[in-house]
Design a protein. Sequence first.
Length: 296
Amino acid sequence: MTTVGLIGLGAMGSGMAGSLRRAGHQVRVCDARPGVAEAFAAEGGVACATPAELARQCDVVVSVVVNAQQTEAVLHGEHGAAAAMKPGSVFVMCSTVDPNWSVAQEARLEAMGLLYLDAPISGGAAKAASGQMTMMTAGKPAAYERCGALLDAMAAKVYRLGDRAGNGSKVKIINQLLAGVHIAAAAEAMALGLREGVDANALYEVITHSAGNSWMFENRMAHVLAADYTPLSAVDIFVKDLGLVLDTARASKFPLPLASTAHQMFMQASTAGHGREDDAAVIKIFPGITLPSRDA
């Protein structure tokens, strides 16, 4: 079995590391938060203090951090992984980033004798924990040869979208366009129902069995009904991701009116102090409504 390292044990990364462990791989883990890697390793695996320490022990390094800035630090910051990785090792980049950044990172690592896989992920924490998430990947055939079994251990669907970096990240931001718009629309619909005095649970039951339903309505409005805004995916994630969507479209002068509106809604929620809450908290921007409470 391959020795694999995973950096970033958040909502998605912890589940992915668990899937690799269940598949029998030797797993090394690293997380910037004190004690997180050690807690994971208590049930199997090895905790590493830095990305460099992890990279020296692994043939494949999987990065599941928040954004390009954090990925840059993982790779090239103090005690970064890139300088410690063995020639021919693979770096699997799972964050949502600007596609052009991903293309440039592939070239930078290639010059160091390393392989790179552009591999953003989707599906949420539950699917990551069960090995049922989706990966949108692009990279050289040699990278797939080295880590194909690892990808299959982490994901039910591994889409190969090109033999160079870029298309994986492009498809991911298109997915995020839809996800962000769907969450914003779901929140708007639920808010209107509440304003009009419709019972929230009844509205949820009807919509989830009608043509207007979406996966995001069904999933995120359940958080609203439970008054549980524990962040599985935070408001600020969609501030970032829809920002990337708009940046990509702006470069080619392509209009995105719905994505622009949804981005403003998440920005409004973040400015109001809800940035670190679950992205369903975008519903809190609507005035004159009484949201379900835990005491109800």
